[in-house]
Design a binder for this molecule. Sequence first.
Ligand code: GLN
Length: 305
Amino acid sequence: MEELLERLLEQCRAFTSWGQAADYIPELAKSDPASLGIYVIGSEGKHSWAGDCHQPFTIQSVVKPILLLQALLDNGTEHVMQRVGVEATGKPFDAINAGDQSLDSGNINPMVNMGAILMCTLIQGKDYAERFQRLLELTRRLAGDEEIDIDEAVYCSEKTHGSKNRALAYLLKSHGLLEDDVEEVLDCYFRACSIRVDCKALAHIGAVLSNRGRLPASNQRIFPAAMSRYVNAILMTCGMYDGSGEFALRVGVPAKSGVGGGIMAVVPTRMGIGIYGPALDRKGNSVAGIRLLEQLSRELYLSIF
Ligand code: GLN
């Protein structure tokens, strides 16, 4: 497996020059666009890796499935479905979907920014500091790393340059979909996006989702199997935003990307995969990361289709 990962990584490294690191959050522009790393945790507990897999980066949108899990754990499926839907948007992650239909709860998708901001209101806690702390603790448990924390520089950068997310949150507020103080909700969202991870952490989260809610090593249950079906299904249709259809064709497994360059992929019953490649395509997905997953999927017959 290590040899295969090394070979594919070297083949795909050239694709890093096809993309660019995100710069709308200035702190993210500091990452090295030539980086590429992969970490795999198999269902039998074997760890394999290659490339820049120990490089830390911020989780960004890969936190969205964790937000969804926390919302499901705190409120149950029915309540969550009344607040955020499950239908794909086919639109960019930061799209301002202001049409009447898209501001219907059923059409707010939890894997794009508007839905993720709304999900912060579904986490239970006496205030937003406590809500974020609970989300951080769930992330640590899923990632198998108690040391995980936020990257203060990225958090400040996001908060200072978050006008588009503010617009999305105020739009929700103006339609009566968000009751709490907008700045407090956004603060929780910005912190959530700024959680610092590495490829191993993302592979571990993917492994729990592939193992139907149980930790890979101990088999300890973290969430009910029905919730992994719920989250994996949404990742399949919307995890790569408006690139999800093409990703389903080329790779064929549930996955979630983030503008920090991470991709967390779930191969049901087989493995969790963490990727880091901060050079992004125009949709905000790691360009070399997708190539690497495509090649790995072809070599190991990972597609679920
Ligand atoms: N923090 C980022 C934002 O709000 C997350 C987006 C992403 O990773 N696609 O814009």
